[in-house]
Design a protein. Structure first.
Length: 77
């Protein structure tokens, strides 16, 4: 498992995190009190990360979704 393969595995999540961080950072310029701004930044971060993950069918997203489905299915029994 060489360095190039490791980089290929990490790069999509790194780029996605960078996009999310940029969106959250720009949201910080809204003229709001600290607590509402923090809540909005959290929602923006979740929305951007989740939305882009779904849009590009990120492997980490699909894996997490399947794990959660299995966990919920076990709890219902």
């Amino acid at each position: 498992y060489g360095p190039l393969k490791q980089l290929q595995d990490v790069m999509p999540n790194l780029l996605l995190s960078t996009v999310m961080g940029g969106a959250v950072y720009l949201t910080g310029y809204l003229p709001l009190p600290v607590l509402p701004l923090l809540c909005i930044q959290i929602l923006v971060g979740l929305g951007v990360y989740g939305g882009v993950s779904v849009l590009f069918r990120m492997e980490s997203y699909t894996f997490s979704k399947e794990v959660i489905k299995q966990f919920v299915a076990r709890k219902q029994i």
